[in-house]
Design a protein around this ligand. Structure first.
Ligand code: MCN
Ligand code: CUM
Length: 795
C-alpha cells in the first residue's frame, strides 16, 4: 500500500509476468493508444444513410401540427418520420426499464426540452441536419413543472396527462426499514440533527456520445444493430419484445465503447428510430447524437432532494438514521434498476455504522425534464445514499463537537458482526472497517493535517479536511430478488480451450473502458495456468456470447467474473479426468498446480494444460462420459451482492476572497476484496475520484424557470480536467467476499460513490470559521462565496 505505483517494468517479458492476478498491462491498450479502437462512428456499412432528430425547443407544449413537406422535398432526404407515423406502427411509445412508457417521437405533447419530435433519414449527416430546419412544427406552449418540490402541489400542470385518469405527477412511493422502531429510537435519543441534503442532477458525459446503426435485411428478416450499449443481450430481448422481431433474428453488436458510466444502459428513442429508418428505407441507417443532444436528452443522474435525520447519544453513539426523499424522475420514468427497487439500492444509506434502526421513504415525481435516472457510476443510487449518510455523520460530529474521524471509528460495524444484516434488509457480506480507516488516516497524516489546519485558521487561511467512509452494494442479482423488465440478473460465461492450449472466454458483460479483455483473461489464467496473453476475451456481440444482463452497478466482476471462474474450474475438472486417462491414474490421485495435473507423490508424472487440451481433441480414448473438447459454460446466479468499502480523505484550500476551492490532496483507501489487477483497479479509482471532484465542485444540469436546460454544452456543464485534480494517493486493504468464487467485490463505481461527500465535507470544514453547516453541491466559487456571506445558494 502507499501512493499510486506505476507498472514496474512495462517491457517485462511474458516469463516475468504473473500468470493470473497481478499488475499486467491492459491487453486492449495497444489498439486504443494507436487510434485503432473501433467505435460506433467508425463503422461504415455499404449504402448507409444517416439519421438526425428534430427536438423540442421547449419544456412543455402541445403539438398543434407538424409539416414535413419541405423536408421530404430535400433532394438528399430519404424519409421523414413523425410520431403519427410511429403511431400507425404502434411504435410511438416504447416501454422503459421501469414499467413506464416513453415517447419515441412525441405525438400529443412535448414534455422536456430536447425531446424527440421527428426523425430525418438522408444521404449524409449534413443533409439530415439541414432537413431538420425544413420541418415546421407549431406548438402551443404550456406551463412546465420544473421544481420537483411543486410537482405534487394541487393544480400543478400534469406532465403525463396522456395516461388514463391521471391527475397528478406522482410516480411512486417506496419505503424501507421500520418506521415505528425508528421513531421510537429518535424519541429517546439525546441528540438529533436534521438537514436537507440535495444531490443535484448531473450527467455521465462519456467522451463518446450515444449512437446506433441499424441494418435490417428484409430478405432474411434479420436485424443487425450496432449500438453503444452496456447491456447487449438485455437490449436484444427488449427489441424483440418492442419490435416483434424474434431474438434469433436480432444481432446486437456493441463495439468499443468510449465511456459509458451508466449513460449507455437505457434504450434511447434514437436507437429505435435508426431501426425504423432502416426498415422504412431498406438501407442501413446510422444515428449518432452530438454533445448537446447527449447532455440534454439522455439519462441524467441523481436529482434527489433528501431530508436526513440522524439520532445519537451525547457520547457519540449513532442510534438511527431516517430520511424522506423527493426523487425527480423527469418526464418518463426510464430509470434503470431492478424492478423491486424503484429507488435502486438507496436503502444502503445506513452506511458503515451499526445502527439500532433506520427508515426511508422515497417519493418519485414527474417533471418537465429529461428522463433517465440512476446513470453515472452510481451502483443504483448508492451515490445518493452514501452522500446522505456521510453528510449526516459530519453534521452530527459538528453538533457533538467531536472529531469526524473519531465519530466514525466509534460507530463502525465490527468485524465479528459480519455477515451483517442492516436495518433496511441488506446483508453485508464482509467488512473490516477500522484498519481501512486507520490506513487512510496514516497515509494522510491526519493528526498533522489537523494541526496545520489550526495554525492556518489562526492566520485566517481556509483549509478543510473531509472524510468519507462508504459501503457499497454491488453485483446484482441474486435473480430471485432482482430482475430488469422480467429478466433475472444473472450472467453467462463460456470458456473454450483450443487444441494447442490457447483459450477463448465469452462474456455477457460489456467493457466501456474497464479493461475486461485483460482482467477476465486473468481470471481464466489464475484458474487454468494459461498465460493471459494466450486467452482471448470475446464480448459485445449477442451472436457470439452467452446471455446475461450486462455491465452496470459494478456487477461484471461480482457476477460475470464469478461465472468465468466457475466455467474455468469446470474446464479444470474435465482436464483432470483426461489427464488421469493419459497418465493411467485415478483422478482422485491427481493434484493441481497452476497449469498442470500431476500424480500425488510423483510430480514428474504430470500433464500440462496444452498436453491435456491436445489430448481432449486428439485420438486417445476418453473416459466414459467425457466428450472431445475442453469447453465449459456457466450461468452464475449470485447468492448475494458484494459490499466493497473504503475510506477517503480530502484536503482542500478555499480562497477567502473568491470562494474558489482547490483540492490539494486526496487519499483513497479501497477494499474490493481479492484484487485481480491492481493497476486497473487504481485506474478505476483515479477516474472515479475525478468524477467525484467534478460533481462536488462543478458539474450541474440546471434548468431555468421555463424548463430550459442550462447544462447543454461543455461550456456550461463543467467536467474536471487534469488541472482541477490532485495527484491521487491510493491504498488498499483486502477483505475477500465470502460468497464469491475468487473473493472479489466490484470496484468500478466505488470512487464516484465515495468521493463527493469527502470533498463537500472538506469544503464545509474549511468554512467552519464562517459558521457554515451545510451547502449543496456543486461547491462553485459563487456558491461558496455566498455561503461565506451567510446567503442562500445561488444557482
Ligand atoms: N477489478 C479487479 N479486481 C476487483 C474488482 C474489479 O481487478 N476486485 C477490475 C475488473 O475486472 C474490471 C474493472 O476492475 O476490469 C472494473 O470491474 P467492476 O468493479 O466489476 O465493474 P464493471 O466492470 O462492471 O464496470 C462497471 C462500472 C460502472 S457501473 C461504471 S458506471 C463505470 C465504471 O465501471 N463506467 C466506466 N468504470 C468505468 N471505467 C471506464 N473507463 N469507463 C466507464 O464507462
Ligand atoms: Cu449507475 S452507472 Mo454504472 O451502473 O453503469
Amino acid at each position: 500500500t502507499g501512493p499510486a505505483t506505476r507498472e514496474a517494468n512495462p517491457s517485462a517479458t511474458a516469463a516475468d509476468r504473473p500468470i493470473g492476478f497481478g499488475r499486467i498491462q491492459r491487453k486492449e491498450d495497444p489498439r486504443f493508444v494507436r487510434g485503432k479502437g473501433r467505435y460506433l462512428d467508425d463503422i461504415v456499412l455499404p449504402g448507409m444513410l444517416h439519421g438526425a432528430i428534430l427536438r423540442s425547443p421547449m419544456a412543455h407544449g402541445r403539438i398543434v401540427s407538424i409539416d414535413t413537406t419541405e423536408a421530404l422535398a430535400h433532394p438528399k432526404v430519404h424519409a421523414v418520420v413523425t410520431g403519427k407515423d410511429l403511431e400507425a406502427l404502434n411504435l410511438a411509445w416504447a416501454p422503459t426499464l421501469s414499467a413506464d412508457v416513453q415517447a419515441v417521437l412525441a405525438t400529443d405533447k412535448v414534455r422536456f426540452q430536447g425531446q424527440e419530435v421527428a426523425f430525418v433519414v438522408a444521404e449524409d449527416r449534413y443533409a439530415a441536419r439541414d432537413a431538420l430546419e425544413l420541418i415546421d412544427v407549431e406548438y402551443e406552449q404550456l406551463t412546465p413543472v420544473v421544481d420537483a418540490r411543486t410537482a405534487l402541489a394541487p393544480g400543478a400542470p400534469v406532465v403525463r396527462d396522456e395516461m388514463e385518469g391521471r391527475t397528478d405527477n406522482h410516480v411512486f412511493d417506496w419505503e424501507a426499514g421500520d418506521a415505528a422502531a425508528t421513531d421510537a429510537v429518535f424519541a429517546r435519543a439525546d441528540v438529533v440533527v436534521t438537514q436537507e441534503v440535495v444531490y443535484p442532477r448531473v450527467h455521465p458525459a462519456p467522451m463518446e456520445t450515444c449512437g446506433a446503426i441499424a441494418d435490417y435485411d428484409a430478405v432474411d428478416g434479420k436485424l443487425t444493430l450496432y449500438e453503444t450499449t452496456q447491456a447487449p443481450h438485455a437490449h436484444r430481448t427488449l427489441f424483440a419484445i418492442v419490435a416483434g422481431i424474434p431474438e434469433h433474428k436480432i444481432r446486437v453488436v456493441s463495439p468499443d465503447i468510449g465511456g459509458g458510466f451508466g449513460n449507455k444502459v437505457g434504450i434511447y428513442p434514437g436507437y429505435i428510430l435508426a431501426v425504423v429508418g432502416s426498415i422504412v428505407t431498406g438501407r442501413p441507417v446510422k444515428w449518432v447524437e452530438d454533445r448537446s443532444e447527449n447532455l440534454m436528452s439522455t439519462s441524467f443522474a441523481r436529482d434527489y432532494i433528501m431530508t436526513g435525520e440522524i439520532a445519537a447519544t451525547r457520547e457519540g453513539k449513532i442510534l438511527a438514521v431516517r430520511t424522506n426523499v423527493l426523487a425527480d424522475h423527469g418526464a418518463f420514468n426510464a430509470t434503470a434498476q431492478p424492478t423491486k427497487y424503484p429507488a435502486g439500492f438507496f436503502h444502503i444509506f445506513t452506511g458503515s455504522y451499526d445502527l439500532e434502526a433506520a427508515h426511508c421513504t422515497v417519493t418519485g415525481v414527474y417533471t418537465n425534464k429529461a428522463p433517465g435516472g440512476v446513470a453515472y457510476a452510481c451502483s443504483f443510487r448508492v451515490t445518493e445514499a452514501v452522500y446522505l449518510v456521510e453528510r449526516m455523520v459530519d453534521l452530527l460530529a459538528d453538533e457533538l463537537g467531536m472529531d469526524p474521524a473519531e465519530l466514525r471509528l466509534r460507530n463502525f460495524i465490527r468485524p465479528e458482526q459480519f455477515p451483517y444484516p442492516n436495518k433496511t434488509g441488506w446483508e453485508y457480506d464482509s467488512g473490516d472497517y477500522e484498519p481501512t480507516m486507520r490506513l487512510a488516516m496514516r497515509m494522510a497524516g491526519y493528526d498533522e493535517l489537523r494541526r496545520e489546519q489550526a495554525e492556518k485558521r489562526a492566520r485566517g487561511e481556509l483549509m478543510g479536511i473531509g472524510i468519507s467512509f462508504f459501503t457499497e452494494t454491488v453485483g446484482a442479482g441474486p435473480r430471485k430478488h432482482m430482475d430488469i423488465v422480467g429478466l433475472g440478473m444473472a450472467d453467462g460465461a463460456e470458456v473454450r480451450v483450443h487444441p494447442t492450449g490457447k483459450a477463448v472466454v465469452r462474456l455477457s458483460v460489456q467493457s466501456q473502458g474497464q479493461g475486461h479483455e485483460t482482467t477476465f483473461a486473468q481470471i481464466v489464467a489464475e484458474e487454468l495456468g494459461i498465460p493471459p496473453e494466450d486467452i482471448d476475451v470475446v464480448h459485445g456481440d449477442t451472436d457470439q456470447t452467452p446471455f446475461g444482463l450486462g455491465t452496470y452497478g459494478s456487477r461484471s466482476t461480482p457476477v460475470s467474473g464469478a461465472a468465468v471462474a466457475l466455467a474455468a474450474r469446470k474446464v479444470r475438472e474435465k482436464a483432470k479426468l483426461i489427464a488421469a486417462a493419459m497418465l493411467e491414474a485415478r483422478p482422485e490421485d491427481l493434484e493441481w498446480e497452476k497449469g498442470r495435473w500431476f500424480v500425488t507423490g510423483d510430480p514428474t508424472q504430470g500433464r500440462t494444460m496444452p498436453e491435456i487440451s491436445m489430448a481432449a481433441h486428439g485420438t486417445i480414448e476418453l473416459p466414459e462420459g467425457v466428450d472431445g473438447n475442453l469447453d465449459a459454460e456457466v450461468t452464475y446466479d449470485p447468492p448475494n451482492l458484494t459490499f466493497p468499502f473504503g475510506a477517503y480523505i480530502c484536503v482542500v484550500d478555499v480562497d477567502p476572497g473568491t470562494g474558489h476551492v482547490t483540492v490539494r490532496r486526496f487519499v483513497a483507501v479501497d477494499d474490493c476484496g481479492t484484487r485481480i489487477n491492481p493497476m486497473i483497479i487504481e485506474g478505476q479509482v483515479h477516474g472515479g475520484l475525478a468524477d467525484g471532484v467534478g460533481m462536488a465542485l462543478m458539474e450541474l444540469i440546471d434548468f431555468d424557470e421555463d424548463g430550459n436546460c442550462l447544462g447543454g454544452s461543455f461550456m456550461d456543464y463543467l467536467i474536471p480536467t487534469a488541472m482541477e485534480v490532485p495527484d491521487w494517493e491510493t491504498g488498499h486493504t483486502v477483505t475477500p467476499s465470502p460468497h464469491h468464487p475468487i473473493g472479489a467485490k466490484g470496484i468500478g463505481e466505488s470512487a464516484t460513490v465515495g468521493s463527493p461527500p469527502a470533498v463537500v465535507n472538506a469544503v464545509i470544514d474549511a468554512l467552519e470559521p464562517y459558521g457554515v453547516r451545510h451547502m449543496d453541491m456543486p461547491c462553485t466559487p459563487a456558491r461558496v462565496w455566498a455561503a461565506m456571506q451567510g446567503r442562500a445558494t445561488p444557482p
